[in-house]
Design a protein around this ligand. Structure first.
Ligand code: CDT
Length: 311
């Protein structure tokens, strides 16, 4: 039986701070319908797809922060998206800010199957940026103030294969892909919001697109998996963010890529059986990996140079 999953990346252009959730959900539904009309079975939306990228602002009051969070999923505003997806028998991954009943805040993505059932929720593990207001920056990146980190990478059986979800900064860390690779993951879905200006080292600005492609293509190839990277791009509240939504094959090749910085659907037929070409040859983990030699990977956080000690 063929295991070709037609996957759509639903890139979003900017969402301004005062754009109501209902209007954003209308945009998501339009993209979903476009993806379904193209025959897609799964549509991937970006990180924090329901609001503007609010960590760019410092808020004194948690009440101001919490307006960007969802207390349930589906929520009253997003129910229409869930209903339309179920009607069209198309699954989706949707990034949003999650506020739990016991007061925890996460940068979360929910994965929903074609029949409307919830496959799972992923909470971003690598939370970038800073905790305190840093007025020297042209804009803030306060994810570390507003989100706690998630604590697990779980792959799920869904869409006829093994599927994982990661979020934005996670894609820069090889550990992310390997954690999923070690679960036999065949399709990794990654939403992102990536400001092109990187205040701690602006020399990296011109390389934003290169680094985005570099990490996702390497992760795909080195783990024999499809990677779908989906942006919220364009100039949002005056901040230019990378677009370049891409679908990457287990060979590491980009097979579909957005050509705009706005709302746009890209589609590719992802043959999950292609993963075996890499997983069973060059990257046959069981045969070639040497976990007994990789002792530092799971036990040490920062680098320790020869001659240095850490207490
Ligand atoms: N959303 C997110 O994780 N963005 C980061 C920006 C760089 S860190 C300030 C990223 O890795 O794309």
């Amino acid at each position: 039986m063929s295991r070709i999953v037609r996957v759509a990346g639903a890139q979003l252009g900017p969402i301004e701070r005062d754009e109501p959730r209902s209007e954003v959900v209308g945009r998501l539904i339009a993209l979903l319908e476009q993806a379904a009309a193209a025959g897609a079975e799964l549509v991937v939306f970006p990180e924090l797809a329901l609001t503007t990228f609010f960590p760019r602002w410092y808020f004194e009051s948690w009440d101001d922060v919490d307006q960007f969070f969802e207390r349930s999923m589906p929520s009253a505003d997003t129910q229409a998206l869930f209903d339309e997806a179920a009607r069209l028998e198309i699954g989706f991954a949707l990034g949003y800010a999650e506020l739990t009943n016991d007061g925890h805040r996460y940068n979360t993505t929910i994965l929903v199957e074609r029949d409307g059932s919830v496959v799972g929720r992923y909470r971003k593990v690598h939370v970038p940026g800073h905790e305190e207001h840093e007025p020297w920056r042209p804009f803030q990146h306060l994810e570390r103030r507003y989100f706690e980190p998630g604590d697990r990478f779980d792959a799920w059986r869904a869409f006829g294969g093994v599927v994982g979800v990661a979020t934005c900064n996670d894609r820069r860390w090889p550990e992310t892909y390997r954690e999923f690779g070690l679960q036999g993951c065949e399709l990794l879905l990654i939403g992102y919001n990536t400001p092109i200006h990187y205040a701690p080292d602006p020399s990296q600005n011109r390389l934003a697109g290169f680094h985005n492609a570099l990490v996702m293509q390497s992760g795909a190839y080195q783990n024999g998996m499809w990677v779908v990277g989906v942006a919220k791009g364009g100039v949002e509240a005056g901040v230019d963010s990378l677009a370049e939504t891409s679908i990457i094959a287990p060979s590491g090749e980009i097979v579909a890529r957005a050509t705009t910085t706005g709302d746009e659907v890209i589609v590719a037929d992802c043959d999950l059986d292609l993963c075996a070409n890499y997983k069973q040859t060059l990257f046959d983990f069981d045969r070639y990996r040497r976990p007994e030699v990789y002792t530092r990977i799971a036990n040490q956080r920062g680098a320790i140079a020869p001659g240095e000690t850490r207490t």
